[in-house]
Design a protein around this ligand. Structure first.
Ligand code: ADP
Ligand code: MG
Length: 876
């Protein structure tokens, strides 16, 4: 079935491509005819037209390129002579991009120029263009590199760079074409809609057309977490310092407890006694107590042992009494599913003694009920209700601190989940091995990891505004993407972004030699063979690029190369600022370059003279990655534009990917008589592919859930952004809010006058009518007078009161929403659908939020006046 569907969609794609291809002869003819003419002049004419001709437009770009040939330009540190006379494939790429599709073009095919074609076409259609790149370096390089063409065409180019002033950013946004990273654009978008206080501070002019380079990285890999602007939060970090030592002690005790279990398992395994009645239980306990336990991982590679664990799990999982009893052994247990922490009774008591309070969260609704039924005065009840909620808050904060500290020790590993750089924790994308500077673990985990690494704790931050990348990108009226590897994720491009993937045949036939994968039993055997192969290829003078999947692994390979006395450069998470320069030289004779899979992306590896004759660049994949697409990315770095090149992947049973395989690969390896020289077997290929598919499905589902949640928040966000923008633009005043509020009251049969008298400190000689209109008039007059006395423009005053309160409330609301979302995600193991649950609850919360906001605004208007009055003499 899926084969037929695939076949049909390939046919459809072919048809689309043929339609564009049919334009090529006319474009080339037009290019001849226009030779020597001024491209800017044609641009002016085309801009007049309602439906500018695609043929003329493409031809004009070609003419501009022709006229630049031989001229030299300074691009960052390099002097570059313009030699780009676009190939047909690049024009096709541009047309695909322009028509809301993803162009799949290999590395080195010249996508940078395809983006120019599409950007220019959009410019002629009077759309502002944002070219979104994978990092700041590429935005800068591409904007400078392509500027001569845009200049010739009479089209302005801008760049968003870090550390620009507001004025520089504003100027950049006014350009016809803007190069920027997604996070820079999102940052300004959130600022425009959530932080500014006057209309002239606004930077962006809407979302018209986006061309996304390295589309899989930007739209899929990076889109796994929402982007946030955060600010400092006033919070008490002393709890972390206070609990750090006791948690460390518990962690050590837990390690001892685990060691005891390990010894028992090791004994049974060594004696070959897999039928030992406690084996399954002990494995289960280790897994609960220390999910990353290395011995456990090794044992589980043997299928009979794994089976013992699975049997035990099946037996106990349904039995809540039994699981509770098991969770009470040791000091804490960690859930496999969501990494939630369960403290054992003993452990809880220890902490309770230390903190001088019970750590059991009281049952709020029962307590409130009891309170309501008691005979105390209303005031006393109110006091107790507040005391109760404070108590809940305190216990929850303490428990959270303990949990985060335990997680920091038990789950988060240095150089795998994070690195320490310049005295700070930098998160690592476990998919790509790249650092994610600026991202933080949330909810106190970051501080906990900092304590563990004995670093200074950074202040806790609060989310000021956030959006998912998906929902930001979907606001663009038109969207195009380009990358070397898109087909694998075609479904997701279509579901999430409504983008079809069109593969563009390479400009020259690809002659890459992909050697069959080599499989090994042990990591040592793998590395030995890998080193021998590197030595051999290196002896021929061919350059080698070694792709690794983690920082750790690149260091391992680097150490081995050093031991062999082979000179090499390492490109990993830790020095990626220089990535581009290093990788640009990876095509020189004798060069050996080690890189984590995404390092230096976007930079082309050109072969130095003579290298093609030796066989071109050789790529060594030290393992198969969790995602096939990232393997393909690595492989695409050699044999660009018809060059020769070869690829070899190596894989051992000890690699992370095979550890995750469902079938007992180890046994098959033995069966196939794998030796230290490595074997190749189709069966193992199949296992690898299946495991990769499993991961890709798993990541896809996680992103789908992220988007589903964010869709709900997004509708609310849009309403608040619209309201906020109205306030900033002076289109929404406090009287309008008052009018709405009173009208609702009247409709509900309540007295407007009573409320008015209780809310505003305004006195009247004679009671006005109990209706919205006269009351609004009175309010307006009173507020107008106050503003005038304080020397405020009435609009500015309104803006101050309305915005200040909105921002404060909205931030608290986002935090509350975040907690609700977390709660809903935990619920996903119950019967309800977490997204629907979150949707219902948050809709109610949002209505409450709006009501509360209105009430607060009115309650605070006159106190604000009083406060300003007090400040005024001092200011003068
Ligand atoms: P991609 O982004 O597809 O990997 P780039 O746009 O970085 O590729 O281009 C790769 C290299 O190919 C660059 O060095 C560029 O100068 C060169 N190049 C691109 N188009 C042409 C062309 N039409 N003729 C000659 N060289 C080209
Ligand atoms: Mg590129």
């Amino acid at each position: 079935m899926s084969f037929v569907l695939n076949f049909l969609s390939n046919l459809a794609r072919q048809r689309i491509l043929n339609r564009y291809r049919a334009l090529l002869p006319a474009i080339r003819r037009r290019q001849q005819a226009l030779r020597g003419s001024d491209p800017a002049a044609l641009t002016a004419t085309l801009r007049q037209s309602a439906e500018p001709s695609l043929v003329d437009a493409c031809a004009n770009v070609l003419v501009a390129c022709d006229q630049l040939e031989g001229q030299s330009f300074q691009i960052l540190e390099e002097n570059v002579v313009w030699r780009i006379l676009p190939f047909d494939s690049q024009i096709l790429g541009g047309l695909v991009l322009f028509h809301n599709q993803v162009a799949e073009m290999g590395t080195g095919e010249g996508k940078t120029l395809s983006a120019v074609v599409a950007a220019y076409l959009s410019f002629l259609h009077k759309r502002k263009v944002h070219v979104i790149t994978a990092n700041d370096y590429l935005a800068q390089r591409d904007s400078i590199w392509m500027k001569p063409v845009f200049d010739k065409l009479g089209c302005t180019v801008g760049l968003l760079a870090p550390d620009q002033t507001a004025a520089q950013r504003q100027a950049a946004y006014r350009c016809d074409v803007l190069y920027a990273t997604a996070s820079a654009l999102i940052f300004d978008y959130l600022g425009d809609n959530g932080l500014i206080s006057a209309a002239d501070q606004r930077l962006q002019q809407g979302q018209d057309f986006a061309i996304v380079d390295e589309a899989d990285s930007v739209l899929i890999d990076e889109a796994r977490t929402p982007l946030v602007i955060s600010g400092r939060k006033e919070s008490d970090l002393s709890l972390y310092t206070k609990l750090h030592k006791p948690v460390l002690e518990v962690h050590k005790l837990q390690a001892k407890y685990v060691a005891g279990l390990e010894a028992a398992v090791a004994e049974a395994v060594a004696a070959g006694n897999l039928a030992h009645p406690e084996l399954g239980r002990n494995l289960y306990l280790i897994q609960q107590a220390d999910p990353n336990n290395e011995h456990l991982q090794q044992w589980l590679m043997e299928s009979p042992i794994r089976k013992k664990l699975e049997e035990f799990q099946d037996k106990t999982e349904g039995n809540s009494h039994a699981t509770a009893e098991l969770h009470n052994r040791g000091y804490y247990s960690i859930s496999q599913r969501d990494h939630s922490i369960h403290l054992s009774d003993t452990c809880q008591e220890q902490f309770a003694k230390l903190l001088g309070r019970s750590l059991v969260i009281p049952d709020l609704s029962a307590q409130i009920n009891r309170l309501e039924q008691s005979a105390q005065s209303d005031e006393e009840k109110q006091r107790q209700r507040e005391a109760l909620s404070i108590e809940m808050d305190t216990v929850a904060a303490q428990l959270n601190t303990i949990n985060q500290l335990i997680k920091a020790y038990a789950l988060y590993r240095r150089d795998i989940e994070y690195i320490v750089r310049d005295g700070a924790i930098v998160l690592i994308d476990t998919n790509t091995g790249r650092p994610l500077p600026g991202r933080h673990f949330s909810d106190g985990l970051h501080q906990a990891v900092e304590l563990k690494e004995r670093l200074c704790m950074s202040p806790e931050s609060q989310t000021l505004a956030e959006t998912s990348i998906q929902n930001f990108i979907r606001q663009y009226k038109c969207l195009g993407g380009m990358t070397g590897t898109a087909r694998i994720e075609a479904d997701e491009f279509l579901d999430t972004y409504k983008l079809d993937v069109i593969p563009i045949p390479p400009h020259k036939k690809c002659i890459r030699r992909v050697q069959p994968d080599l499989h090994f039993k042990s990591l040592d055997a793998k590395l030995a063979r890998l080193m021998a192969d590197i030595r051999q290829v290196h002896a021929q003078g061919r350059p080698i690029l070694v792709g690794t999947s983690s920082v750790q692994e690149s260091e391992l390979v680097s150490a081995r190369l050093k031991a062999l006395g082979l000179e090499h450069s390492v490109l990993n998470a830790k020095n990626h600022a220089r990535e581009a320069t290093i990788i640009a030289q990876a095509g020189r004779r004798d060069a050996i370059t080690i890189a984590t899979s995404m390092a230096g992306r976007g930079t082309d590896i050109k072969l130095a003279p003579g290298v093609a004759e030796l066989g071109g660049l050789h790529i060594v994949g030290t393992t198969r990655h969790y995602l096939r697409r990232l393997d393909d990315q690595l492989l695409g770095r050699c044999a660009r534009q018809g060059d020769p090149g070869s690829v070899q992947f190596y894989l051992s049973l000890e690699d992370d990917l095979l550890k995750e395989a469902k079938v007992p690969v180890a046994r098959y390896m033995g069966f196939f008589k794998a030796d230290d020289a490595g074997i190749h077997h189709l069966f193992i290929n199949k296992v690898v592919e299946e495991t990769q598919e499993k991961f890709s499905g798993y990541f896809h589902a996680a992103r789908r859930q992220l988007v589903a949640f964010d869709n709900i928040v997004s509708t609310q966000r849009q309403q608040i952004f619209a309201m906020r923008n109205d306030i900033v633009d002076g289109a929404l005043s406090s009287e309008q809010l008052l009018q709405e509020h009173l009208a609702e009251m009247q409709a509900a049969g309540k007295s407007c006058l009573d409320w008015f008298k209780h809310t505003f400190p305004i006195s009247f000689k004679q009671d006005p009518a109990d209706a919205p209109a006269p009351l609004v008039e009175i309010y307006k007059e009173a507020i107008g007078q106050c503003a005038a006395q304080l020397g405020f423009d009435k609009k500015a005053f309104d803006r101050m009161v309305l915005l200040g309160n909105l921002d404060e409330y909205w931030r608290d609301y986002i935090t509350a929403l975040g907690n609700l979302k977390e709660g809903a995600q935990l619920m996903s193991y119950a019967q309800t659908d977490p997204v629907t649950d979150f949707g219902n609850k948050s809709a109610k919360m949002f209505i409450q939020f709006l009501e509360q906001y209105r009430n607060t605004v009115f309650k605070r208007v006159f106190p604000t006046v009083a406060m300003l009055r007090q400040q005024q003499p001092r200011r003068r």
